[in-house]
Design a binder for this molecule. Structure first.
Ligand SMILES: C[S@@+](CC[C@H](N)C(=O)[O-])C[C@H]1O[C@@H](n2cnc3c(N)ncnc32)[C@H](O)[C@@H]1O
Length: 385
C-alpha cells in the first residue's frame, strides 16, 4: 500500500497532537482551545438523499460568513470541510464556497485544508490552490445503484473527479462506503476508476489518486451504541452473516486473481484494501480512561454547535458549546474538559464511543504517559477518518 493511502486511515496520526494535549492540561498555555483538527460543516443543505446519511434531521443551517472569525480560537493544524450537507453549495448572500476557503486560508495560513464532497457540482475559482486533499463520495460505479442509494447523477460526480485529477489539489480521493447495497460492486468500481481515471490520466495527474473504502454505519460486528443509527433500523454492514463473508471473498478473488497485473498493482498502490482480507477494520470495543480526542478535535456544525466527534454530534448529546452564541471562551475549554473527563451527561466513554474512531483514544490513552519521545510524522498531519 502506498504511503498516502496508508495515511488516510492511520489512527496513529493522532499522536501528532500530543503536544496540544500536554499544553492544554498544563496551566501555562495561552490558547487552551487550540485543536489539531477542525471539522467544519459550513452548510447543512444537500441535493442528495443518501440512505445511510447521519444528518437527515436538521437540513437548513448555514454558518454565517460574518462569524467565520470566531473559528480563530481553534487555531487548527488541519481543517476538514464536510457536512452535514454538501459544503460546495455554501450560500450566505453574496458569500459562496470559495469565499469560505479563502477566509479559512486568511485566518489559518499554515493549516492543511481538506474537503469531502458528493461531486454533483464543483464551483470554479482559484480556491483549489488552497486545498491539500479532496475526496468525492462515489460509493458505486453504476447509475442504478447511485440513484437507489444516493439519488443523484453518478456521471456528474465522475466528471468532477476527472476535473479534480487535472487540477492543482495534491491528493484526490474517490470514496466508497461499502454496505449491503454495493458490496458486490467493489471489483467493478475499482475497474471503472482504473480505466476511466487512472489509465486515462496516467502521467497527467493519476499519481495523486487514492481510493478510500470505509464501512457504512451500522456495522453488525461493531455492536454500535448509536441510538440514531439504531433508529434507522438499517443494518448496513451485516458482516456476521455468511452471505456477506462470501460476497467479500468473491470480490477479493476477482480483484487479486485478475489477470491484469498492472490493475492489481494499481489497487495495492492506490486503494486501502488488503490482499488477504480485503477490508481490515479494528472495531473491538475501545478501552480508555479519558476521551483525548475531545482535546484535539472540534466538529463545528453549521448552526455553531461544537462537538468532539460525529458520534456525539448525531446522538442529541450535549454540545461542548456553541461558537456563535458563546460569550465566554473559557466555556469552550470547560466543555472540552467535561468530555475529556467523561462527565456523565456528556459522554459515557468506552461503551458509548464509536468502535472504529474510538481506537484513536486507545492509542492516546496508552501513549500519553510514556516518557520516551514519540516519533511523529507531521507530514501526514490529519486526514478525515
Ligand atoms: C455526511 S457526508 C457530507 C459531505 C458530502 N456531502 C459528501 O457526500 O461527502 C461525509 C461522508 O460521510 C459518509 N457517510 C455518510 N453516511 C455514512 C454512514 N452511515 N457511515 C459511514 N459513512 C457515512 C459519506 O459517504 C461521506 O463520505
Amino acid at each position: 500500500m502506498s504511503k498516502d493511502v496508508e495515511n488516510l486511515r492511520k489512527h496513529e496520526r493522532v499522536l501528532n497532537h500530543i503536544d496540544i494535549i500536554k499544553n492544554k492540561l498544563s496551566s501555562i498555555t495561552n490558547n487552551k482551545i487550540k485543536v489539531g483538527l477542525l471539522e467544519f460543516h459550513p452548510y447543512d443543505c444537500c441535493p442528495l438523499s443518501c440512505l445511510y446519511c447521519t444528518y437527515h434531521r436538521d437540513k437548513s443551517a448555514v454558518y454565517p460568513f460574518d462569524k467565520m472569525e470566531k473559528l480563530k480560537v481553534f487555531d487548527p493544524r488541519a481543517i476538514v470541510i464536510s457536512g452535514g450537507g454538501e459544503p460546495v453549495y455554501y450560500n450566505d448572500g453574496k458569500y459562496k464556497f470559495k469565499d469560505v476557503i479563502h477566509k479559512l486560508r486568511e485566518m489559518f495560513p499554515n493549516a492543511k485544508i481538506g474537503v469531502t464532497s458528493n461531486g454533483q457540482y464543483m464551483p470554479e475559482g482559484d480556491w483549489q490552490k488552497e486545498i491539500e486533499w479532496i475526496r468525492v463520495s462515489l460509493d458505486t460505479n453504476n447509475e442504478a445503484t447511485f440513484k437507489k442509494i444516493k439519488d443523484g447523477s453518478l456521471k456528474k460526480s465522475m466528471e468532477t473527479l476527472e476535473q479534480l485529477i487535472q487540477g492543482p489539489i495534491k491528493y484526490v480521493g474517490a470514496g466508497f462506503v461499502y454496505s449491503r447495497f454495493n458490496i458486490d460492486e467493489v471489483y467493478d468500481f475499482l475497474k471503472t476508476i482504473y480505466k476511466d481515471i487512472y489509465l486515462k490520466y496516467k502521467g497527467k495527474g493519476s499519481e495523486k489518486l487514492n481510493i478510500q473504502f470505509r464501512p457504512t454505519c451500522m456495522v453488525s460486528s461493531c455492536n454500535c451504541p448509536s441510538e440514531s443509527y439504531l433508529s434507522t433500523g438499517q443494518l448496513m454492514v451485516p458482516d456476521n452473516k455468511d452471505w456477506w463473508k462470501e460476497s467479500v471473498e468473491k470480490e477479493r478473488k476477482l480483484i487479486f486473481e485478475d489477470k491484469d497485473l498492472e490493475f492489481r498493482k494499481f489497487v495495492l498502490n492506490h486503494a486501502n484494501i488488503d490482499e488477504k482480507e480485503l477490508f481490515v477494520v479494528n472495531n473491538k470495543e475501545p478501552k480508555f480512561e479519558k476521551c483525548w480526542l475531545s482535546l484535539i478535535r472540534a466538529l463545528v456544525r453549521a448552526n455553531g454547535d461544537i462537538f468532539p466527534c460525529v458520534m456525539r454530534a448525531c446522538n442529541n448529546s450535549k454540545t461542548i458549546e456553541n461558537i456563535l452564541t458563546c460569550n465566554n471562551l473559557e466555556n469552550i475549554y470547560l466543555g472540552q474538559m467535561l468530555y475529556h473527563n467523561l462527565k456523565d451527561d456528556y459522554c459515557k466513554g468506552c461503551e458509548a464511543c464509536c468502535r472504529i474512531d474510538g481506537q484513536k483514544n486507545v492509542i492516546l490513552d496508552s501513549n500519553y504517559n510514556k516518557t520516551e519521545e514519540i516519533v511523529n510524522d507531521l507530514s501526514s498531519i490529519d486526514y478525515f477518518f
